[in-house]
Design a protein around this ligand. Structure first.
Ligand SMILES: Nc1ncnc2c1ncn2[C@@H]1O[C@H](COP(=O)(O)OP(=O)(O)O)[C@@H](O)[C@H]1O
Ligand SMILES: [Mg+2]
Length: 338
């Protein structure tokens, strides 16, 4: 169990960390403790942590994770082996006392069929995605935090042909996929004495390992440029996710990620490149405690004059609305939130 590394330092809140219903544990500078349970914040009454103890605990757990937090480096952003995050801030940066936040890694895996049954997407949408993967379209899944992007990506990997050599690149190894010819790369943050290895570094390295398909867990920065390059040089059939508020905004966000790479390309050229390289956008939203595909769109041509993409809704793409109605009907059973 991965929390074993840090529990010895956090005895007063160990029960909260171990409670599977709690997704986040927060200790404020004041020593007050909050948790997130079922997506809601709760105060934890009757438990406090003394500042002095918390400060020592945070230093020790940082060390146990191969990191460091001190007066010179007062911010900790560390990960447990399972991907859970431990963030801390020491005074005086954190006013009034040490702040500690533990965000538990908890992605339950759903198959594509289960996602259809949950009403996240329709069978027709799934069929479109299946065919699109077989046709080696490049697919980008967008949505806000926790909308189920990674979960959908994971479910869709079941449709990847067995004969393909897959290279999967992630910030934190989250996806669970089984494939006969699979190479997995995980980025590394900078740590004491160890330089960072970025998604971008890994993407470039990937091209030397003869990939048939490159999967990128999430596009968040300059690697978007390298991904476009790879897609333009025959490595099609990619699946990836991006943080955005709508399918169209996903393209804007992708553009700004490409710009972050520092390449010297005209804006319109980047947008043309995106229109050529991405074929399908799937957008997810969280509504009434459910995750829904609210947009499934084909990316058409880019028009530089209006700076817009010709986007076409894939028929049967209104799953979100149907599912919402099912959810709101008085006879419907609530779907357990995970
Ligand atoms: N379709 C879904 N229905 C119910 N729960 C889901 C669904 N998709 C994801 N989840 C749950 O929501 C949480 C966040 O999912 P994740 O895929 O990591 O989101 P994202 O990648 O968008 O941040 C996880 O706990 C996951 O199990
Ligand atoms: Mg994700």
């Amino acid at each position: 169990m991965s929390f074993d590394v840090i529990l010895p330092f956090l005895r007063p809140i160990a029960h909260l960390i171990l409670d599977p219903a709690i997704t986040e544990v927060m200790v404020n500078g004041s020593g007050r403790i909050f948790v997130e349970r079922d997506g809601r914040l709760e105060t934890v009454a009757g438990v406090t942590v003394r500042e002095q103890n918390l400060r020592v605990a945070v230093r020790n757990l940082a060390r146990a994770l191969g990191d460091d937090i001190s007066e010179e480096r007062p911010l900790l952003d560390s990960r447990l082996p399972d991907g859970s995050r431990v963030a801390a801030a020491l005074p005086p940066v954190s006013l009034g006392g040490t702040t500690l936040t533990i965000r538990k890694f908890r992605t339950q895996h759903f198959t594509a069929g289960e996602l259809v049954r949950l009403g996240t997407l329709t069978a027709a949408q799934l069929e479109t995605l299946h065919r699109s993967i077989a046709a080696r379209d490049n697919i980008l899944i967008s949505g806000g935090t926790g909308t189920g992007k990674t979960t959908l990506l994971n479910a869709l990997t079941a449709f990847l042909p067995e004969r393909d050599r897959l290279v999967l690149i992630e910030d934190t190894a989250e996806l669970q996929l089984e494939a006969p010819n699979l190479v997995r790369f995980e980025a590394r943050r900078e740590q004491v004495g160890l330089p960072a290895v970025s998604i971008r570094d890994l993407l470039r390295a990937t091209l030397r390992h003869r990939p048939d398909r490159i999967l990128v867990g999430e596009v968040r920065g300059g690697e978007a440029f390298d991904l476009l390059q790879a897609l333009n040089t025959g490595h099609s059939g990619t699946l990836s996710t991006i943080h955005a508020n709508s399918a169209e905004q996903a393209l804007t966000r992708f553009t700004s990620c490409v710009l972050q790479s520092g390449i010297d390309l005209p804006y319109a050229a980047i947008r043309y490149g995106i229109a050529q390289s991405l074929q399908l956008l799937v957008h997810l939203e969280r509504r009434h405690e459910r995750r829904l595909v609210t947009e499934l769109m084909r990316v058409g041509r880019y028009d530089a004059r209006s700076d817009s993409f010709d986007m076409q809704h894939v028929p049967g793409g209104a799953a979100g609305d149907d599912a919402c109605q099912i959810h709101l009907a008085p006879t419907s059973k609530p779907v357990p939130r995970r």
